[in-house]
Design a protein around this ligand. Structure first.
Ligand code: AKB
Length: 317
């Protein structure tokens, strides 16, 4: 694997997915074959660049300098932040994608990964086991940008033959890098409170079920999709990815099994309205069929690894 000549460029490597993905890809392909970029200066070993994906010339320059042929475009504003800054979110989420797709159309990039989200679904979408193809009427800025992005990905594939691949991520739970500005962030914040002996104030209603996934599963899915033979990829908009579905009360109960006096209270805010429009659970049959997807982590295992890893991390800092 290390000898293969595809070099990868990660855009938004300082974010929640980026940090884990860079580490995984570097373990698989070697540090020198994975270039990590972010709008902020990155403080990690290995090849890095400071890059604003909205700057097409700068993006082209970094790709030419490092001869990278695969791009993972992770820079985006998430759902809660996007509601507060709609224009910024639309500009970043769309222009970044167009810059990458256009360089792929030119032939400078051979393969693109672009993340979509369960936010593409809306209030009229069936909530349980949401199918791959169904009603999509997102009512958030983030969801609208992700659905538009999906349509553009499919268009660039059909019209120009761009090899672009995508996943509709559920809420992602991780401990290495804190997320920022998402609606599903509660399922990470809750662990920090539990380990610091604080009562957690949840910004979602107690029975608000959402699809979630542990980061190791999400990273594995991403690389599995990118490595799948081209002819197996039947979805060029974005693949549903299921993970595990739970409510705030479920995760609180699982934490309390391990930290007996953990306390939680509920003060739903605008993020609960966002979550209300999203599915409860996802049907990911197409991912299973096309690229053999199967998730590993269920709720109890997620809680176990999160408490273990985060407690070590908090003791170190
Ligand atoms: C968010 O909450 O905005 C993201 C997502 C589900 O895409 N985690």
């Amino acid at each position: 694997m290390k000898g293969e000549n595809n070099k990868r460029l990660i855009i938004g490597a300082g974010g929640q997915i980026g940090g884990d993905l860079v580490e995984y890809l570097r373990g698989k392909y070697g540090n020198e074959n994975v270039v990590a970029t972010d709008i902020k200066q990155l403080e990690i070993a290995g090849p890095t660049e400071q890059l604003d994906v909205m700057d097409l010339d700068a993006l082209r320059g970094v790709i030419e300098k490092h001869n990278t042929t695969e791009v993972y475009l992770l820079a985006a504003l998430l759902s809660a932040s996007a509601e507060l800054k709609p224009q910024v979110a639309w500009d970043l989420n769309m222009k970044g994608l167009f810059n990458v797709l256009n360089l792929a159309k030119e032939g400078l990039i051979k393969k693109v990964f672009w993340p979509s989200s369960i936010a593409v679904f809306g209030p009229s979408t069936p909530k349980e086991s949401t199918p791959q193809n169904t009603i999509m009427d997102p009512n958030t800025v983030y969801g609208i940008s992700k659905l538009a992005g999906e349509r553009w990905c499919e268009y660039y594939h059909n019209k120009y033959g761009v090899d672009v691949r995508s996943i509709r991520y559920p809420g992602l739970i991780s401990w290495k890098t804190k997320p920022g500005g998402g609606t599903t962030d509660y399922a990470i914040d809750i662990f920090y409170s539990a380990l610091q002996n604080e009562i957690y104030t949840c910004f979602l209603k107690e029975d608000r079920a959402l699809p979630m996934m542990y980061m190791d599963d999400a990273v594995r899915a991403t690389v599995q999709l990118m490595e799948a033979p081209k002819e197996n990829i039947t979805v060029r908009s974005s693949y549903n990815l299921g993970g595990v579905s739970f409510k705030p009360t479920d995760i609180a109960r699982a934490i309390r099994k391990r930290i007996k006096d953990f306390g939680i209270c509920y003060q739903p805010d605008f993020r609960d309205e966002i979550a209300q429009s999203w599915p409860h659970s996802i049907d990911d049959q197409d991912s299973q069929k096309d690229w053999n997807w199967k998730n590993k982590y269920e709720l109890e295992e997620i809680v176990e690894v999160m408490l273990h890893n985060l407690s070590e991390k908090l003791q170190l800092s």
